[in-house]
Design a protein around this ligand. Structure first.
Ligand SMILES: NC(=O)c1ccc[n+]([C@@H]2O[C@H](COP(=O)([O-])OP(=O)(O)OC[C@H]3O[C@@H](n4cnc5c(N)ncnc54)[C@H](OP(=O)(O)O)[C@@H]3O)[C@@H](O)[C@H]2O)c1
Length: 230
């Protein structure tokens, strides 16, 4: 794992703190990628979108909106140039995408995926066994996978203030160093990280997303979906 590429010091109300600025490959320019990418850039991080269509107008519009030197390229080129790789992609193509990203050794992979299987009878099951995060770790064994960002809806990713209080992001992973880096990233965009232990705890974290989606899919009252630790 490489050290952060530079350091930003933020001054506010006479207080100062130091935050690492990372280069982050955001793989996927859909709901999650387009919500988190601009926040990462606003916090001083460099965002490289990895897209199947990096030259398309919608992707280039997102790059412009993101700012802070953001760019868009192929999925593998984005991952090659980044320390941290956010998999803002559907579960179905995830194995093909991860295996196509090239050498992921020592990189941090952030997995926000809610891997769900939808039955003809409206049932919903977790589609990844034992969890999506652990399967991704198997596909990239020398990377450091951290489960994060799957326990909130896109609306809160876009506008965390609309929650009326703090939003906690549970982090599950086997590397304490990687979780620290992701915790710093989470804090840098105004969310509150919470270490929830080893990567196998992603199984429980992923089930939270399953229940949220089931409520709407099966026609019941939805609930606000994010965690708050305090
Ligand atoms: N939306 C939410 O509220 C939310 C909340 C928490 C977690 N999540 C999870 O986060 C992940 C991303 O969600 P999302 O809402 O961003 O999904 P999305 O809007 O469908 O976007 C996914 C992006 O993945 C890229 N992609 C690459 N290969 C693809 C393929 N074969 N088929 C479709 N897209 C492909 C696309 O970007 P390019 O066209 O640029 O390649 C696409 O825009 C999902 O696993 C979801 O479960 C979503």
């Amino acid at each position: 794992m490489r050290a952060p590429n530079f350091v930003t010091t933020i001054l506010c109300l006479g207080l100062s703190w130091t935050a690492a600025a990372d280069t982050i490959a955001v793989i996927g320019t859909g709901g999650v990628g387009s919500a988190l990418g601009p926040h990462f850039a606003a916090a001083g991080h460099t965002v490289i979108y990895g897209s199947r269509t990096p030259d398309d107008l919608d992707v280039q519009t997102l790059v412009t909106l993101t700012g802070n030197g953001a760019s868009a390229t192929s999925q593998s080129a984005a991952a090659a140039d980044a320390d941290i790789v956010l998999l803002a992609i559907p579960w179905a193509p995830a194995q093909t995408i991860v295996k196509g990203l090239g050498n992921l050794d020592d990189k941090i992979i952030i997995d926000p995926i809610n891997a769900l299987a939808f039955g003809a009878d409206k049932s919903i099951a977790l589609a990844a066994t034992p969890s999506a995060a652990e399967m991704i770790q198997d596909w990239a064994p020398r990377a450091h996978v951290v489960k994060a960002f799957n326990t909130l809806t896109r609306a809160y990713m876009v506008d965390a203030a609309s929650a009326g209080g703090s939003i906690t992001i549970p982090l599950a992973g086997n590397s304490a160093i990687a979780k620290d880096r992701v915790a710093t990233l989470v804090s840098s965009i105004g969310l509150e990280p919470l270490d929830v232990g080893m990567l196998s705890n992603a199984r429980a974290v992923e089930a939270m997303g399953q229940l949220y989606v089931a409520q709407g899919y099966q026609g019941r009252q939805r609930f606000e979906f994010h965690l708050r630790s305090r």
